[in-house]
Write a protein that binds this ligand. Structure first.
Ligand code: HEM
Length: 331
């Protein structure tokens, strides 16, 4: 959002708010009668939900206010130049190289800039967008990083294959990984995909049906809300034999021939799929490539179970505990 990181106290408060709000959404997932408005309003969750929403809104409005102030200051400083040119780095195009060292506009800056010309883009709308992106963009990638590192730590033979691949691409150089390297990082990609399959962060999504829909022998009536179980699709032995095992090689091109296009949908599919998919994959590849070049990951106890829980999204109950050491071959 173009913000320097907030202090720890604020960060912890924000995490508490999001976890509290997520637990209410999860409870309404699991107890469908709580999705009936008047029943929900009679429950203890209503007041709790209102207080979380108020606290979260205050946090987001504060982020927007501070950024808007900066916008104003910049405008006054460079009154004969467009604010966006100064604050956003200027002259950006969709197809600019993402690795180029020029300043790219933060998402919030783009919205603030647009709101200067369009009064319909109110702070409330901006707040809704900021909150959606903060929640959808943080937890998801953080969880996937943790799951990947856990799996790779538990399976040193696969970790070695990724490290060998990285060595082939980077050798002893310490230049950073960029999108130009992605085509050569095939096994890393397989491991990321296998992580997204095994630990699908959004295991259940919901859709409202706009018209009667035939599904096998059933007709689902128009207006019904259905759950789509992505976790189940990702663990279907017809598509993924031995589904509970970590086998990144399933995603090698030669082993993916004939797999149903919707058998792997960690970012969902269709018009409301994940808008951050491309960015998330970019972030995962760059960060994980760099981490594995410098550090080695292992687990102390191979047999220790890794418990997960659902709090709107999938989470580790007690974290994923890893041993990390520097690689000896660092130039
Ligand atoms: C590993 C990382 C990620 C995973 C697994 C993931 C997964 C998903 C899934 C499954 C959905 C669809 C939910 C549905 O169909 O109801 C979704 C939606 C969304 N994601 Fe992601 N996501 C990730 C990263 C990100 C990032 C980094 C951003 C933003 C920078 C982001 C922004 C969004 C937004 C805004 C939506 C809502 C789109 C809409 O409703 O039209 N996601 N994500």
């Amino acid at each position: 959002m173009g913000q320097k990181s907030v202090n720890n106290e604020k960060k912890e408060k924000y995490i508490d708010i999001i976890e509290g709000a997520s637990s209410i959404v999860t409870e309404r997932f699991l107890k469908p009668w709580l999705r009936i408005k008047w029943i929900f309003n009679l429950s203890r969750l209503r007041e709790l939900s209102k207080s979380y929403t108020a606290a979260a809104d205050a946090f987001y409005y504060d982020v927007i206010k501070k950024r808007r102030e900066l916008f104003k200051q910049e405008k006054e400083k460079h009154s004969n130049q467009s604010v966006s040119d100064k604050l956003l780095g200027g002259g950006l195009h969709q197809d600019d190289n993402i690795d180029a060292p020029r300043v790219r506009p933060a998402f919030l800056d783009t919205l603030l800039n647009a709101s200067e010309e369009n009064a319909n883009l109110t702070d409330k709308i901006i707040k809704d967008e900021v909150s959606l992106f903060m929640v959808a963009g943080h937890e998801t990638t953080a969880f996937t990083f943790a799951a990947f590192l856990y799996l790779i730590a538990k399976h040193p033979e696969h970790q070695q294959l990724v490290v060998d691949e990285l060595y082939q691409v980077f050798g002893d150089s310490n230049r950073p990984c960029t999108s130009n390297d992605f085509a050569q990082l095939k096994y890393l990609d397989c491991c990321i995909k296998e992580t997204l399959r095994m630990y699908t962060n959004g295991p259940l999504i919901m859709r409202s049906i706009p018209e009667d829909l035939k599904a096998g022998n059933f007709t689902l009536p128009k207006g019904m809300t259905v759950f789509l179980n992505i976790h189940a699709a990702h663990h279907n032995p017809d598509h993924y034999p031995d589904p509970e095992s970590f086998k990144p090689e399933r995603f090698l091109p030669e082993n993916s021939i004939g797999r149903h296009p919707y058998a792997f949908v960690p970012f969902s599919a269709g018009p409301r799929n994940c808008i951050g998919q491309k960015y998330a994959m970019y972030e995962l590849r760059v960060v994980l490539a760099n981490l594995l070049r410098w550090f080695q990951f292992s687990v102390s106890d191979q047999s220790a179970p890794l418990e997960t829980t659902m709090l709107l999204m999938l989470k580790f109950k007690n974290g994923a505990h890893l041993n990390i050491s520097r690689r000896s071959n660092i130039p």
